[in-house]
Design a protein around this ligand. Structure first.
Ligand SMILES: Cc1ncc(COP(=O)(O)O)c(C=O)c1O
Length: 426
């Protein structure tokens, strides 16, 4: 049987059957001549280039192949291990969890409370900042942009180039317009800061400034503290709406240092949105753990905004998956596990930074990599050079030259450097 909103086939093609009032019915019936499209008529989807790259690398039989395309942390021998504290927390979860009954659209409220001081620092007690659990950083971004589109559908989103390739599709999905601002000069290995500021200065009040909190993906080029101060000045002077995506807190300089920009923006602006991910710093990628934070001018207004956030979450996923956040909750609640998480996080950060230093020391043209943060950097290679590295040396990186510095096992670093320097010399 057809529901009031589902299409049914009639003799003449597709017809939308509705039960409500007659005016509505008439307008629906007039559509019988327009043949609605079936699923088979869907256009092909453009491949996600990073997923395609993973598939290509998987299919390469050469044992010496190097995969620096994938965006996960790897240790010295090339594994992405589950953190020891996470294993312990998961075991406790299995032993102690007594129900899997629904939690509601906010997910695990204690999880969000425990994250507050880590992300917000001296703003943790600010009652005008409210947060909720989301399915990863992607879920937080989507929800944040949904809220903006609900409040101000005319807002444009100012997006740096280059940016994480999933930002534009998420923004498009809520039908907000995008305007690019220059962020990074690949050949120079440097932020185009003056151009960035000029582009933000040209924004209209209410436009959204999308910023990476730390460990910029794909470039690794983070704003300095002085540059953050200048960005905050422009954002407040122009009346822009800051949305900060912080997916790698703790992978750059440290938990507090990496949250510098988020906290500075909270100091200065009445309204801020922060999309956060625990998927990297707790190494729970597939478990989808993140959170969304809203600041408005008052606790009252934030509650109202949050009611909209809950409504959107309910429509999209109803409630976030529990397991990963419940395990993070256990770690953060327990002083011993918490302390040991900090040690494991520092070990991941140290590996990232030591691989960076090793690559940077190998050739002056790679020195910029040592001044950057997080897992990613962009090599000044043409697409042809990237493809040649793939073909000749079985080195897999994105066509843009983006590579994951800890995609390299320790025993692969020298070969990688030699191949890249060879490509730069050619
Ligand atoms: C800049 C940036 N934001 C957000 C995300 C999303 O993270 P998650 O896997 O938690 O959805 C990523 C993941 O790669 C990212 O690089």
């Amino acid at each position: 049987m057809c529901s009031p909103v589902s299409p049914c086939r009639s003799g003449t093609g597709w017809q939308w059957i509705t039960t409500p009032d007659s005016a509505n019915r008439a307008s629906m019936l007039s559509r019988t001549d327009t043949r609605a499209r079936g699923l088979a008529d869907l256009p092909p989807v453009e491949n996600d280039s990073l997923l395609a790259l993973i598939a290509l690398c998987d299919a390469d039989p050469r044992p010496e192949k190097i995969d620096v395309g994938v965006g996960v942390f790897r240790d010295a021998v090339g594994n992405t291990p589950i953190l020891k504290v996470m294993k312990e927390a998961e075991q406790r979860l299995v032993d102690m969890q007594v129900t899997k009954a629904y939690l509601g659209s906010a997910g695990d409220k204690r999880f969000a409370e425990l994250l507050r001081p880590i992300l917000l620092g001296n703003h943790a007690d600010d009652e005008s900042i409210l947060g909720l659990q989301t399915p990863g950083g992607c879920g937080a971004l989507r929800l944040g942009f949904e809220l903006i589109a609900t409040a101000n559908p005319q807002a444009r989103v100012l997006v740096g180039t280059p940016t994480w390739p999933n930002h534009p599709p998420i923004i498009r999905s809520v039908r907000l317009d995008m305007v690019e601002y220059p962020y990074y000069e690949r050949g120079q290995g440097a932020i185009r800061f003056e151009d960035m500021v000029a582009a933000l200065e040209a924004g209209e009040p209410g436009d959204v400034a999308l910023l990476h909190g730390c460990c910029h993906n794909p470039t690794g080029a983070d704003l300095s503290e002085d540059q953050w101060r200048e960005v905050v000045r422009v954002v407040t002077a122009r009346g822009l709406f800051p949305l900060i995506d912080i997916a790698y807190q703790g992978f750059g300089r440290g938990l507090d240092e990496d949250a510098f920009g988020v906290r500075l923006m909270l100091d200065a602006c009445e309204e801020v949105i922060v999309a956060q991910s625990c998927d990297k710093n707790f190494s729970v990628y597939r478990d989808r753990v993140g959170s969304l934070w809203i600041k408005t001018g008052s606790a009252e207004a934030s509650k109202k905004a949050m009611a909209h956030v809950h409504q959107r979450a309910r429509e999209m996923w109803s409630m976030p998956p529990d397991h990963g956040a419940a395990a993070v909750h256990i770690i953060l609640e327990d002083p011993d596990l918490h302390e040991r998480w900090l040690v494991e996080l520092a070990a991941m950060r140290d590996r990232i930074n030591s691989v960076r230093q090793r690559i940077a020391a190998a050739d002056p043209r790679l020195a910029f990599i040592g001044r950057q943060f997080g897992m990613f950097s962009m090599l000044p290679l043409t697409r042809e050079q990237v493809l040649k590295l793939r073909e000749d040396d079985a080195i897999y990186m994105a066509d843009s030259g983006r590579f994951n510095v800890v995609g390299l096992g320790d025993d692969q670093i020298d070969r990688f450097i030699a191949a890249v320097v060879g490509a730069l010399d050619a």
